[in-house]
Design a binder for this molecule. Structure first.
Ligand SMILES: Cc1ncc(COP(=O)(O)O)c(C=O)c1O
Length: 466
């Protein structure tokens, strides 16, 4: 049996066994086609079971920030697992968890110095929201419980984090908390009303936030949760000044501001965190995951303001405890991976690289706007998205049935690039070590992938581009 037969058999075997796996967002109505089996990775590339090299456009899932195969992280995990693989976080501090918390406190904005460890982003968001409930209960304000969020947000897949998410299609077949969770408009400038300026759009969004707080009553409104850039909603960059003005409104009415930096943290926008460095805000709580370990192993965290912690502490007789935590909170191997990940980012000056090549990615992406199917190109730093439309004038999206994102992805894969298709959109968020040459390669393939998809859609009579 030669090598090719071996790998083909292996891939076929994996696909057969994979039928036992229920994947995220599974549909049981249709047989989804076999996905490419990825066997290995190095730097910004991964390799499929046939040995084809693919540029990892989505950086795993917005998470493989330092790239694949970094020996320092692998070794740190192995050493920690050999020394101490686990001990209960209820009863014992560990060196990696303590060191990481101190380091996160040092790089986080303002007084966000207290770290609650979780298992990922959803549990970080869930825990942040539960902390807000706890905070208001302890402060003697048990009616201050309403949470504000936005349409198009994605905050995770626990019941609570999914309830504050706002992607319309995800809401169809599951149940959610609705009574005390309120969705404000998506801050998507591309979808603002015809003829409205971006400044007026921002005024409208801020007024809407204030109006909602006044309608519910500040005494009932606990927090606003917001991604700095709405990631899975389609890389939506809110209008200039939006975050700072929203924070101002929140402060005015004693409403906490939770910044969900699960995607934007750890270098994606060229800084450890985007809240302060990019958007000029110091929120009350920041949630992180993904890039904290560059996806080598699961970990999440809630960074909480010292001020909030002080407000709920100091009365030993009260017996209040934040009864929330996970077996794997602050897992020593995950924290060791995170520490090594931070070292790698620093040593190789990856934040600097992201700041240098991010604008180049944005410039090259925007060149795709000349393609008739591309209605909008948006993004910031190393997050980008293109949105496909029937016509640029109507801005009418090319809908789900045509799977245009998946079609583009499939052409791109054949050419050596992985994308993240999102209905009529395609997202890129490559490892932050990407070079200009690799960005050129990525965008060159993307252009051809879109052109080929347009030809397909026209041939099938689905759309006519001119
Ligand atoms: C902004 C944001 N928050 C939370 C989550 C949930 O993170 P996880 O999938 O690690 O639970 C995600 C996942 O994509 C996310 O993009």
């Amino acid at each position: 049996m030669n090598k090719t037969t071996n790998t083909v058999d292996l891939a076929a075997g994996i696909r057969r066994m994979d039928e036992y796996v229920v994947h995220p967002w599974a549909s049981f109505d249709t047989e989804s086609g076999p996905n490419t089996v990825i066997n290995s990775g190095g730097g910004v590339y991964v390799y499929d079971s046939d040995g084809n090299r693919l540029l990892d456009g989505p950086g795993g899932m917005w998470c493989v920030n330092v790239g694949h195969g970094r020996r320092e992280i692998i070794d740190a995990m192995a050493e920690q697992a050999a020394r101490l693989s686990y001990i209960s976080p209820w009863s014992h501090p560990t060196e990696p968890a303590a060191r990481l918390a101190e380091r996160l406190a040092a790089i986080s904005p303002g007084d966000l110095n207290r770290v609650f460890y979780t298992t990922g982003g959803s549990t970080a968001v869930d825990s942040a929201l539960r902390f807000v409930m706890f905070y208001n209960n302890v402060r003697g304000q048990p009616d201050k419980k309403h949470i504000l969020t936005r349409h198009d947000a994605y905050h995770g897949s626990t019941y609570l984090s999914a309830s504050v998410s706002g992607k319309p299609r995800d809401k169809n077949w599951l149940d959610f908390e609705t009574g005390w969770i309120h969705h404000l408009s998506s801050p998507n400038p591309y979808r603002r009303a015809e003829g409205m300026s971006e400044e007026d759009f921002c005024d409208h969004l801020v007024d809407e936030l204030e109006g909602k707080i006044l309608e519910l009553g500040p005494e009932h409104t606990a927090a606003l949760i917001a991604e700095p850039i709405l990631a899975s909603g389609g890389v939506i960059v809110p209008p200039t000044g939006y975050h700072a003005r929203c924070l101002e409104v929140c402060r005015q009415y004693d409403v906490l501001y939770i910044s969900d930096e699960v995607v934007t943290g750890f270098g994606r926008l060229g800084h450890w965190f985007a809240s302060e460095e990019v958007f000029g805000i110091v929120p009350d709580i920041i949630t992180v995951a993904k890039g904290i370990t560059s996806g080598y192993v699961p970990l999440g965290a809630v960074l909480i303001s010292e001020r909030l912690i002080k407000e709920v502490g100091g009365e030993p007789d009260r017996g209040a405890s934040f009864a929330n935590g996970f077996t794997y909170s602050g897992h020593p191997v995950a924290c060791a991976a995170a520490l090594a990940n931070l070292d790698v980012i620093e040593k190789d000056q990856m934040l600097e690289n992201a700041r240098e090549v991010g604008p180049y990615l944005q410039q090259k992406l925007r060149e795709l706007i000349d393609l008739p199917m591309v209605g909008d190109v948006r993004g910031l730093g190393l997050m980008g998205c293109l949105e496909c439309v029937v016509s640029k004038e109507s801005r009418q999206p090319l809908e789900l049935d045509y799977d245009v994102g998946k079609r583009i992805d499939s052409h791109c894969q054949a050419l050596g690039l992985l994308l993240r298709p999102l209905i009529n959109m395609c997202v890129v968020s490559p490892p932050i070590v990407i070079s200009r040459e690799q960005i050129d390669q990525m965008l060159g393939i993307l252009r051809v992938g879109i052109e080929r998809t347009m030809v397909d859609l026209e041939r099938e009579g689905i759309a006519q581009f001119n």
